[in-house]
Ligand binder design. Structure first.
Ligand code: AMP
Ligand code: MG
Length: 405
């Protein structure tokens, strides 16, 4: 059986970034840039005022003090958006707005709060160095510099930069289209009333939610009973996507039809079963350009395997540089006394205390545990055949995007 590292390596070797495309800026959030973005001009693009105030020549105010104020004639007002073609010279000042161009001849700006207006003149009672309250051309970004690297996911900060440089269309990677098939004759839709032996289906919602966190596109979502013909049709439909997530039916039960049916549909197995807990029967395969992840039906297994395999694979297909949250070191609050011959990612609760992360595993680690999903915000990595870990040990932890109470 493959270990976790080898299985992940296989996934990352197989899946490749999808094609590039161009999308309107307003639709680009959450996608990864397919090209480096370099500054087409310097920023700021012109010298401008950083405050609402008065542009002056610093030398005019060299002797200014409360006991010896200097009066300068006010030339007018340059508001933001004006060209600032006014010419300043000694003896003059001009009122200026934040972001308005610094007029030629001025070399510093006095804040409005520090002056008194006297009719057509302005009284200054403090001296001021040159270059105060001025935002200089090129001080933030130099023209030609790469400012966002390809593979960076576009968030609000990147959108500000893209807008600044005129990218109404943004070069990105296409996102994967994902489909989900939940299998199981015991499953009832959320609006249904489970009879004895039945449960409400939850993996579709959970997995679709995780796909949405990555801004990928949902193609089809279905829930089907364990009947080969119905399953086959649902699988064929799901295989039209870039990534098909099959939930349940992947193990060795008499009604676990997924594997043979996928084979009949032309899916080539890359691996099945890994030395991992929770979620040993993970399946990974391909049919032409479609990648298939077979996830166990147990919700916690599905959740953890999505975090460790599917999420980074989706990110790789999206062209993202950062495939996952890095593991961080945390101090164990409670001992871990039961270990297995498989790597175990335990659901746990992490918090920060006095500048360090502390973590404790949940008591109940059942792979069917729905409670553990809302009760954990971290996965604690416990090696296969690890000795018991006493409280105080340092462990590797994968933080989860999950708010817990
Ligand atoms: P399976 O992987 O099909 O053997 O299912 C393992 C366990 O997960 C069983 O207890 C199922 O009832 C449960 N299960 C399977 N699919 C789902 C689902 N979509 N939502 C919630 N529980 C499920
Ligand atoms: Mg099943």
């Amino acid at each position: 059986m493959l270990n976790y590292e080898d299985a992940r390596t296989l996934v990352f070797q197989h899946v490749k970034p999808l094609e590039n495309c161009s999308l309107p800026l307003t639709e680009s959030q959450g996608l990864a840039l397919s090209e480096d973005i370099s500054a087409s001009q310097e920023m700021p693009s012109f010298d401008n005022s950083g405050v609402d105030g008065y542009a002056v020549q610093a030398a005019d105010l060299a002797e200014a003090s409360p006991g010896n104020p200097v009066r300068l004639e006010n030339l007018g007002y340059i508001s933001a958006g004006e060209s600032g073609k006014e010419k300043m010279r000694s003896g003059l000042c001009i009122q200026i707005a934040t972001g308005a161009p610094l007029p030629a001849g001025a070399n510093t700006v006095v804040m409005k709060e520090h002056i008194e207006v006297e009719g057509s003149h302005v009284r200054f009672s403090q001296s001021i160095p040159e270059k105060e309250n001025v935002r200089f051309k090129g001080e933030d970004i130099k023209a030609g510099n790469t400012i966002i690297h390809a593979g960076t996911v576009i968030g609000p900060a990147q959108m500000a930069v893209l807008a600044t440089f005129g990218y109404s269309q943004v070069p990105v990677h296409r996102v994967p289209k994902v489909s989900i098939v939940s299998t199981g004759s015991e499953l009832v839709d959320v609006v249904g009333q489970p009879k004895k032996g039945q449960i409400r289906e939850s993996n579709r919602f959970m997995l679709a939610g995780m796909v949405k966190q990555e801004s990928c596109e949902m193609l089809t979502i279905s829930m089907v009973p364990d009947h080969p013909q119905v399953l086959k049709e649902a699988f064929e439909e799901a295989l039209q996507a870039d990534v098909a997530l099959i939930s349940g039916g992947m193990s060795v039960g008499d009604k676990d039809f997924a594997k043979p049916l996928l084979r009949e549909l032309g899916v080539e197995e890359i691996f099945w079963k890994i030395k991992f807990k929770p979620g040993k029967p993970l399946f990974f395969g391909r049919r032409e350009k479609t990648w298939i992840f077979g996830l166990p039906g147990n919700p916690a297994s599905s959740y953890v395997l999505f975090e460790e395999f599917v999420r980074p694979a989706l990110r790789k297909m999206m062209g993202r540089r950062i495939l996952e949250e890095s593991l961080i070191k945390a101090v164990l609050d409670k001992p871990i006394t039961q270990t297995f011959n498989r790597l175990h990612f335990m659901r746990g609760i992490m918090r920060e205390e006095n500048g360090e992360f502390r973590v404790r595993p949940l008591k109940f680690q059942g792979s069917h545990s729905i409670g553990s999903l809302v009760g954990s915000n971290a996965l604690i990595r416990v090696e296969a055949d690890s000795p018991d870990l006493p409280a105080g040990s340092k462990v590797s932890v994968r933080p989860l995007k999950n708010e817990i109470t």
